[in-house]
Design a protein around this ligand. Structure first.
Ligand code: GDP
Length: 434
């Protein structure tokens, strides 16, 4: 495998891509959270261009009416991480790409759910801050555990009467047996939900009401009371990470100083290996805490380079296993995970690239049909529009137009690259609908 997985002409490095799903018990707020994420990521880079609140609201309303992106199989968003201090209105960090893949159905253990889970590298699981862990949430949780999807939890609806972040946090540990740690603790609750304590960075983040964007916030030093909460959570977090991460564990044993960066990296490794679940609290509906959830997605969920490589087999010899490494320099190999009939564009085949690069106009091979077909267009779904792209790189997600003989689950590869990605092993239904 080549040392550098990035080709020189890709727009930005692979390590800044996240492929995530959002999973939730029905009514916990998956749609609202997805919508808010799309709002912040779809519009945030236009801050300064949109001058009045109406534009934003209209955009949200249009989205809601049309429901285009929210119901799409995969949406590509971009996010700039925050600054460290003060009133934050602009975003100057490095650009991150977050592909949000729709994980259909709440309880239906179908092949479709499995297919979309296979192309995720991580998930945000949404819990209701009032209802906590409900039987249906346990189902969603078990499903993600079964496929070893790295997760972070967002405890939503912290603005609602009766919301109790700590109670939900305890339930996550007790009922789900999760090795959970708090990373963003709400400041206040119900009508008084004012911000979040950022445990890792030991800062207070206050939501600043901003009718235009709703996305302004202020980062401040912790008050004494908040510092006590943060210290306790930090200690718990450190102990949890040290006990599962050898590298950090060794530093701890040797009493070497552990920097925040060390801790962040180790927490990321632990989340990626499903050893630790970071938990954040906020309210999607009130736009409170969503931006920091986006930061947490980038900080603690894996990039396509962090996950184990995909495994395929030779279609003529099933015993011959082929490792498919995430790199632009490999031969093109992708998985078609969703077909979508679009009324303007026609049949879209959503795919995830595991290795190599595919370009518009390329002829690609389907080992199931043993046929080659030409890609007419490559499309990315971005905010509310289809954007034509020239190429799609390793680790990324987009849609092909022009292929006729594709089924979901098919491997689509370069001509001459005889590989079939492991077929999904469909689970037995766990729920009986009696
Ligand atoms: P889904 O079924 O998981 O997709 O849930 P929805 O996003 O449709 O939300 C269910 C209901 O909860 C809707 O009426 C939302 O407006 C409401 N809701 C979602 N998030 C929040 C929140 O953070 N606070 C409050 N108060 N209501 C919320």
């Amino acid at each position: 495998m080549s040392a550098n997985p990035n080709s020189p002409d890709r727009p930005f490095p692979l390590e800044r891509t996240r492929n995530i799903g959002i999973a939730a018990h029905i009514d916990a707020g998956k749609t609202t959270l997805t919508e808010r994420i799309l709002f912040y990521t779809g519009m945030i880079h236009k801050i300064g261009e949109v001058h009045d609140g109406a534009a934003t609201t209209d955009w949200m309303e249009q989205e809601r009416e049309r429901g285009i992106t929210i119901t799409s199989a995969a949406v590509t968003t971009e996010w700039w991480q925050r600054e460290e201090e003060g009133l934050v209105k602009s975003f100057t960090g490095e650009k991150q790409r977050i592909n949000i893949i729709d994980t259909p159905g709440h309880v239906d253990f179908t092949a479709e759910v499995e297919r979309s889970l296979r192309v995720l590298d991580g998930a945000v699981v949404v819990f209701c801050g009032v209802a906590g862990v409900q039987p249906q949430t346990e189902t969603v949780w078990r499903q993600a555990s079964k496929y070893k999807v790295p997760r972070i939890v967002f405890v939503n609806k912290m603005d609602r009467v009766g919301a109790d972040f700590d109670a939900v946090f305890e339930e996550i540990k007790e009922k789900l047996g999760a090795n959970a740690v708090r990373i963003l603790i709400p400041i206040g609750s119900e009508d008084d939900l004012r911000g979040q304590i950022d445990v890792v960075n030991k800062k207070a983040v206050y939501f600043v009401d901003d009718a235009t964007f709703g996305s302004t916030y202020e980062i401040k030093e912790l008050t004494e009371e908040q510092a006590a909460i943060a210290d306790l959570a930090y200690q718990e977090l450190l102990e949890a990470v040290v006990s599962v991460d050898d590298e950090l564990g060794e530093k701890f044993m040797m009493e070497e100083p552990i920097s925040r960066e060390d801790l962040k990296l180790a927490l990321r490794r632990a989340t990626t290996s499903n050893l630790i679940i970071p938990v954040a609290g906020g309210s999607a509906f009130k736009n409170k805490g969503v931006q920091f959830l986006l930061d947490a997605i980038v900080d603690y969920l894996p990039s396509p380079l962090d996950i184990p490589c995909a495994v395929g087999m030779n279609p003529d010899d099933e015993d011959q296993k082929i490792e498919v490494h995430t790199s632009d320099n490999g031969k093109f190999c992708s998985l078609a995970f969703k077909l979508w009939a679009d009324k303007y564009v026609g049949k879209l085949v959503f795919f995830r690239v595991y290795s190599g690069v595919v370009k518009k106009g390329d002829t690609v091979y389907n080992p199931r049909t043993r046929k080659s077909e030409r890609i007419g267009r490559l499309i990315r779904i971005q905010s509310d529009q289809h954007t034509d792209i020239d190429a799609c790189y390793a680790g990324d997600i987009a849609a092909m137009v022009g292929l006729k003989n594709v089924q979901t689950g098919d491997t689509i590869a370069a001509v001459g690259n005889d590989v079939v990605l492991e077929p999904p092993t469909f689970p037995e239904p766990v729920i009986s609908m009696a």
